[in-house]
Structures are given as C-alpha cells and as structure tokens.
Design a protein around this ligand. Structure first.
Ligand SMILES: Nc1ncnc2c1ncn2[C@@H]1O[C@H](COP(=O)(O)OS(=O)(=O)O)[C@@H](OP(=O)(O)O)[C@H]1O
Length: 203
C-alpha cells in the first residue's frame, strides 16, 4: 500500500477480495480500522455477467446452463463454479464479520450505481467521512454506451466512460434456468439482507 498523509485516504480495489478466504484476516492484521466497500448486484445477473466476460476470452467453454448445474433435472446447482459461488454473498460476508464490525463495511447496490451513480457515490463519501465532492454534476447518461459516464477525466478534460468490457450485452440464458437460479439464491439473498439490514430487492 502507498504511504498516506493524514489528510488522505488510500483506496485499493480488487474484485476477488470479498470471496478470498484469507483476505479478512490479512486486511485486519494490516489495519483493523480499514473501511471496506463491496459492490453487490443481483447474483443471477452477476453470474451471467461473469460468464459473458469469460466467454469473451475463451469462446470454447461449455454453455452457462451446462456449467450452472451438477444435475439440472434435480435442480442441483454447482456451487463450486466461481460464477455461482461468488453470488452467495451471505456466506462470504460471514468470514468478514469474524474480523470486522458491520459498521466498517459499506455495500453499494450495483443496480443503483447504474440508475443513480451520484446517489450511491454520495453514500460512499458519507461512509468514508469525507465531503460530498462527487455529485450529480460529475455524471451524464451516455446514450451510445447506455450507461452513466463521468463528465470529465482529470487528465484529458474529456468525458470518460468505462471501457468496452464493462456493460457488455449479456449472453441469452434459458428463462427456466434463470428461474432455477433465482430460487437457489433466494435464501442466501434473504440472509444477506437480514445481516446487512438492507433490502436490495433482487427478485
Ligand atoms: N457507468 C457504468 N458503465 C459501465 N458499466 C457499469 C457502470 N456502472 C456499473 N456498471 C456495471 O459494472 C459491471 C462491470 O464491473 P465488474 O464488477 O465486472 O468489474 S470488475 O472487473 O470486477 O472490477 C458491468 O457489468 P456488465 O453489464 O455485466 O458488463 C456494468 O453493468
């Protein structure tokens, strides 16, 4: 981690931390005051997004439907497949709560981050205890990208959208499979809402 002045906050981002068994202990041992921010979205959409990303790099992988189940007829979901496992948020959260109080963890709604980026960023800034510097003035909706983009990048002064790998069109999935996965995630989602005290409305 880089050195930080008293007036600064160091931010480090790695998507896999949340689901890495050793991460909570290691971060706690580095600094028990660390504030944690986790972006979560509907786990079914997350799994399809994950698969779409892998498919773009490895076009020969089996179908989403094939990878999702150990036995589809019996509705047995393959929880060893990372795309499925990562979305079991309640399970991963347990490991973090062994080291950090809930007050030190902030959950960003991935859905609201798209529909109301300034609102979600406002909550992040409040959680970090800093002034609300990022506001709705910093975002605009880019019709071509189909997502909110930043009005300016610090370096170029030009509007800045996220890259091509963010906001790709998802692979079409059999609606019956989507329904089976919704059923699978429901208890994990409910447990997650109860634990964090926030309803993300992933139905
Ligand atoms: N403003 C904006 N522009 C583009 N994309 C946006 C934006 N806000 C949120 N998202 C959503 O971010 C999703 C990609 O983020 P990831 O979590 O996959 O990124 S990471 O690689 O894990 O860091 C990506 O998921 P996909 O749509 O499945 O590609 C987006 O839905």
């Amino acid at each position: 981690m880089p050195r930080t002045l008293d007036s600064q906050i160091t931010v480090e981002k790695t998507p896999s931390y949340f689901v890495t068994k050793e991460a909570p202990r290691r971060i706690f041992n580095m600094s028990r005051d660390t504030k944690l921010i986790v972006v979560v979205r509907n786990p079914v959409t997350r799994a399809i997004s994950d698969y779409t990303q892998t498919l773009s790099k490895k076009p020969d992988i089996p179908t989403f439907e094939g990878l999702s189940f150990r036995n589809r007829t019996l509705g047995l979901v393959d929880t060893s497949w990372n795309a499925i496992r990562i979305g079991m948020y309640a399970v991963h959260l347990e490991s973090w709560l062994q080291y950090f109080p809930l007050s030190q963890i902030h959950f960003v709604s991935g859905e609201k981050l798209i529909t109301d980026p300034a609102g979600e960023m406002g909550k992040v800034q409040d959680f970090l205890g800093i002034k609300r510097v990022i506001t709705d003035k910093h975002f605009y909706f880019n019709k071509t990208k189909g997502f909110p983009c930043l009005k300016k990048s610090e370096s170029s002064g030009l509007p800045r959208c996220l890259g091509k790998s963010k906001g790709r069109t998802h692979v079409q999935i059999d609606p019956e499979v989507i329904e089976q996965l919704r059923d699978f995630y429901r208890p994990y989602n409910i447990k997650f809402y109860e634990t964090v005290g926030q309803d993300f409305r992933w139905e």
